[in-house]
Design a protein around this ligand. Structure first.
Ligand code: ZN
Ligand code: MN
Length: 479
């Protein structure tokens, strides 16, 4: 036996499409802060005799995603009933798609450690979300009873299925992240909504070219969860194979609190679902409208354009484009001030400060931020004081802008007179440091610069202070 293992991963990613109403009825999808079971009607409760009507916007969104993933869009797409019993699904079947999904045969390019990998997209089909179960008293095994809320029932889902082209948990993370970026750019997905993206991961290990049994880990709710669950499965399956055992083909549940996967049930097969055509929904012809569905500039293209147009590095372009809101913000700032200065201030300073405060870029006005960067560009403000003003404005409850803070705290660069005066004082007061400097200790000058910065309340320009100090000491020497 050798250690020649290959990890084989395929993902099924369920995405809630950000429509106003549900997939087959006119109930509002805006239920997050509502009482349970208040966004329901006979259709999404699955009452006998109710008839589903397809949400046109959901179909448009599905086509938009299909185009962005370079899928072929089915001319005549059909819905099927996927039969299974579970309390979150009162009809006893889920309306889904089977042999004529709306999107097929696409591709997604992801970058892993600077290298591009192409992942095949098998299909991206439409279906409905079931209701939500809450197991009271902790985990599914230990709970005393379960509550069911049908508000989510019937929310439009797009299930994006990849080919088993993924070779590591980290690559799986890249797939989910890249997809999330694209969906956000397409405007079909609300990243702020909990449970809007859920992943089922199929994973097996090939050994010496022989494929092992597959397990499916269900319902992973976060990117971090995807990586943890898959790493756990890789180790578990490899250990089993190394000991000469076999991996059982089954469905497993990912326990996020413990970071482990546990057996849920034997894996269902397709025949268990007894798929048959949904006779209440006619065949949907997409030929009429699919040409009118347009895909906007996607993250990869925008990244390349930022590198070209603004001359920013890969790394900075990536930071600036991974969220559409940040990219839009940056372009507004770059329209007003030097593009590379705008890039540094947005990607390094602003995003860092926002991250630290768990804030979104929408918390900042691009024009107000540009006004601050403009002061730096015009040499009226030191970097340190610009950061101070930015921080104060972010923490301010009364809506002060960064430039308001600059004015209030008098943070603009000191006049040269003030700098020179402070330098003279620093030289007078610190003869030891001056001696050290003259003795060849160049570090001593940094200490003196620090003294001047303190005297001027940070408003002096450190580069200027450095020059003035050296002049001042040289003059003293001669005099
Ligand atoms: Zn409804
Ligand atoms: Mn599904």
């Amino acid at each position: 036996m050798t250690d020649d293992f290959e990890v084989v991963i395929g993902l099924e990613i369920h995405v809630q499409l950000d429509t106003e109403t549900k997939m087959f009825c006119s109930c509002s999808t805006d239920y997050e802060d509502s009482e349970p079971n208040t966004h329901t009607c006979p259709v999404c409760l699955g009452l006998p005799g109710s008839l589903p009507v397809v949400n046109e916007r959901a179909v448009e969104y599905a086509v938009r995603v299909g185009k962005a993933l370079e899928c072929s869009i089915c001319d005549e797409t059909r819905f099927h009933r996927k039969n299974y019993y579970y309390p979150d699904l009162p009809k006893n079947f889920q309306i889904s798609q089977y042999d004529a999904p709306i999107n097929e045969d696409g591709r997604l390019v992801v970058s892993v450690e600077g290298e591009d990998h192409e992942i095949g997209i098998t299909r991206a089909h439409m279906e409905e979300d079931p209701g939500a179960l809450t197991h009271k008293g902790g985990s599914i095994e230990r709970s005393k009873y379960t509550l069911v809320d049908y508000n989510r029932s019937g929310t439009p889902l797009l299930e994006i299925v990849t080919e088993p082209d993924i070779r590591s948990p980290e690559e799986a993370r890249a797939v989910v992240e890249t997809l999330r970026e694209i969906l956000e750019y397409l405007g079909v997905y609300d990243s702020g909504r909990s449970g809007a993206l859920r992943v089922d991961a199929n994973i097996s290990i090939s050994q010496d070219g022989t494929e092992g049994n597959r397990t499916e880990v269900k319902n992973i709710g976060s990117t971090k969860g995807v990586v943890r669950a898959l790493r756990y499965e890789v180790t578990r399956q490899k250990n089993r194979l190394k000991r000469g055992g076999e991996v059982v083909q089954e469905t497993r549940h990912y326990d996020d609190d413990r970071g482990v996967t546990v057996t849920l049930r034997e894996k269902e097969e397709e025949k268990d679902y007894r798929y048959f055509e949904e006779a209440d929904i006619p065949v949907l012809r997409t030929t009429e409208f699919k040409d009118d569905v347009h895909v906007p500039e996607l993250p990869r293209e925008r990244r390349a354009r930022f590198e070209d147009e603004y001359g920013v590095s890969d790394e900075v372009a990536e930071k600036l484009t991974s969220r559409k809101s940040v990219a839009d913000f940056y372009e507004e700032v770059a329209a007003r001030v030097d593009a590379s200065l705008a890039a540094t201030w947005t990607a390094d300073e602003l995003l860092g400060e926002l991250n630290y405060r768990d804030l979104d870029v929408t918390a900042v006005d691009a024009q107000e931020f540009a006004a601050l960067v403009e002061l730096v560009a015009e040499d009226e403000l030191t970097d340190a004081n610009a950061v101070e003003a930015l921080r104060a404005a972010l923490d301010d409850d009364e809506g002060r802008t960064p430039v308001d803070v600059v004015d209030e705290r008098d943070l603009r660069k000191a006049d040269d007179d003030v700098t020179v005066e402070a330098t003279r004082e620093a030289v007078e007061e610190n003869p030891d440091a001056v001696q050290d400097y003259l003795g060849g200790d160049d570090e001593a000058i940094n200490y003196l610069v620090g003294q001047v910065m303190q005297k001027t309340g940070g408003s002096a320009d450190p580069a200027v202070v450095n020059d003035v100090l050296r002049d001042e000491i040289a003059q003293k020497q001669e005099g």
